[in-house]
Design a protein around this ligand. Structure first.
Ligand code: PMP
Length: 460
């Protein structure tokens, strides 16, 4: 193929699609080369928590680049790195205080799973190597993090097993994988979802298991599904009883997305490792990492030689860390989390109004400004879309045409069936902007439902 324009040289994410070319972005809006405006209801990939064009973050990065933008992160540290680690350590639950930086969330989870193995190895238990993840969940796209994650279009072609990975189901009370009633479970304080973990541990033997990893609220793969009360606390107990490192992936939920610094706080848990990414630099720089409990760090020093056998060229890159520090200060000074909580109430209310009008909107769920809803062919009959229809992507295309973009997802139920739309606008969004988001979503749903009627017509 002859390459005519610069764009022809790009290895596109999906060669079957056309991508608008963004020239600039401001607040909750993106602008393309033709001057068209898009309300960014997905904050990039749920990363741009502070919106676009925050000058002070850009300036902090430029200043750091001029001062010391070096790639020497394996031998030297910087003051900005210390300051950001301290800020993050203070935000985390009390027993987690040590911060390790990576460039992205997938790397953060790889690092956490490796550290868990080293923790056991240093204590004379090298056979503890199996990672347990959940069938509904996402931890990244590298082979290891993909293996820990759930069944999905991203995982299926590889069925990757670098190390040994096992899985349980995520709690999804609305469509319980164990066919239990949410009401009965709540009344009788039953947690079959946590029992499944206990059963699997017994079956494969705790002596071979290194860590359990989960998202506190399942983001991209399930569309903001919140676990039942007591679930994560019970998981914490089960991990303790079996000497299993409990890793909570807060790459999406961290940095205010659910209305608190970390979602772990709302569920009353202290994991052994929390991984983070996206929101730490508010999406301005490749920056992610893990916050590690004192217990694990003490063991590394006392039982090992103090050396975590790991490292990346860009770990704690000064320019990324400077972006993180400026972002964290902005979150605090502008009281961004309180805006998130306030606008969350309003967005939930507006979405339930919209649901009255649109038969394709199923359950609405989430916390803070991480909100999702199921997409159904017909809510009154609880009919799901055939996977081949690509419902969520179609709805998002209708929204893009009308000037807004969301985070579409499929495979909600089991990696293949079930569609949802995830909504995660910048945490700085205003009420008026939410009204605009709802107006565009309303029009997009109307156009989408016309396509759905045609599909139903064909089937009948
Ligand atoms: N964990 C979770 C929960 C995520 O949502 C993501 C990204 N969507 C990742 C890990 C991977 O992060 P990254 O894309 O930065 O590697």
């Amino acid at each position: 193929m002859e390459r005519v324009v610069a764009k022809d040289y790009v290895f596109h994410r999906d060669f079957s699609k056309q991508y608008p070319v963004i020239t600039h972005a401001e607040g909750v809006y993106l602008y393309d080369e033709h001057g068209k405006r898009y309300l960014d209801a997905s904050s990039g990939a749920i990363a741009a928590n502070l919106g676009h064009g925050v000058t002070e973050i850009a300036e902090a990065m430029a200043e750091q680049a001029k001062k010391a933008g070096f790639v020497h992160t394996l031998r030297f540290e910087t003051k900005v790195l210390h300051e950001l680690a301290a800020e993050i350590g203070k935000m985390a639950p009390p027993s987690l205080n040590r911060v390790y930086f990576t460039s992205g969330g997938s790397e953060a989870n790889e690092s956490a799973m490796k550290l868990a193995r080293q923790y056991h190895r240093d204590r004379g238990k090298p056979e503890k190597h199996v990672v347990i993840g959940r069938w509904q969940g996402y931890h990244g796209n590298t082979l290891g993090s993909l293996s820990a994650g759930g069944d999905s279009k991203r995982r299926k072609p590889y069925t990757a097993t670098l190390a040994k990975f096992e899985h349980i189901h995520s709690p999804y009370c609305h469509r319980c994988p164990y066919k239990r009633s949410e009401e009965i479970c709540q009344r009788e304080k039953l947690l079959p979802c946590a029992e499944e973990l206990e059963r699997l541990i017994k079956e494969i033997g705790p002596e071979s298991i290194s860590s359990f990893i989960c998202e506190p609220i399942v983001g991209s793969q399930q569309g903001a599904v919140v676990p039942p009360d007591g679930y994560l606390q019970r998981v914490r107990e089960i991990c303790d009883q079996n000497d299993i490192v409990f890793i909570v992936d807060e790459v999406m939920t961290g940095f205010g997305r659910t209305g608190t610094d970390f979602a772990s706080e709302q569920f009353g848990i202290q994991p052994d490792i929390i991984t983070f990414g996206k929101g730490v630099s508010a999406g301005y720089a490749p920056l992610a990492g893990m916050i590690v409990s004192d217990r694990i760090v003490d063991s590394l020093i006392e039982n090992g030689d103090g050396h975590f056998i790991h490292g990346y060229t860009f770990s704690g890159h000064p320019v990324s860390v400077a972006a993180g520090l400026a972002a964290v200060r902005y979150y605090q000074r502008e009281n961004v989390l309180s805006n998130c909580r306030e606008q969350s109430v309003y967005l939930f209310q507006r979405l339930s109004e919209l649901q009255q009008k649109h038969s394709s909107m199923g359950q609405i769920r989430g916390k803070g400004l991480l909100i999702g809803f199921e997409l159904l062919m017909d809510r009154s009959q609880d009919r799901m879309f055939p996977p081949s229809f690509g419902a969520a992507e179609r709805l998002n295309q209708e929204a893009i045409k009308r000037g807004a973009t969301f985070y579409p997802g499929s495979g909600t139920i089991d990696g293949t069936n079930g569609d949802h739309l995830l909504i995660g606008p910048p945490l700085t969004i205003t009420r008026d902007e939410i009204d605009e988001l709802i107006a565009i979503l309303d029009q997009a749903l109307t156009a989408f439902e016309l396509q759905v009627h045609k599909l139903i017509g064909k089937e009948e």
